[in-house]
Ligand binder design. Structure first.
Ligand code: ZN
Length: 75
């Protein structure tokens, strides 16, 4: 994948972390709250979960410090 900012080839990799909770996103300045989380609101799709970790396939551009990955947000 080419970086949309500089046009260079991006590095393919896996973004990963703690698997205890969903990976969420919410517009604005506030993080996902308990009620949103309970309803599954803001949960990212395309995230692979195990009991101890999560992972997302991503592309990274080091010069631009940008990361891109496919996902959708549950409403
Ligand atoms: Zn770039």
């Amino acid at each position: 994948m080419q970086c949309p900012y500089c046009g260079k080839e991006m590095l393919k990799g896996i973004l990963s972390g703690d698997g205890r909770s969903n990976v969420c996103w919410k517009a604005g300045e506030d993080k996902t709250g308990w009620a949103d989380s309970f309803l599954g609101k803001g949960k990212l799709t395309n995230v692979k979960h195990t009991l101890t970790s999560f992972s997302i396939e991503t592309y990274f551009c080091a010069p631009c410090k940008k990361m891109i990955f496919d996902t959708d947000i549950q409403r």
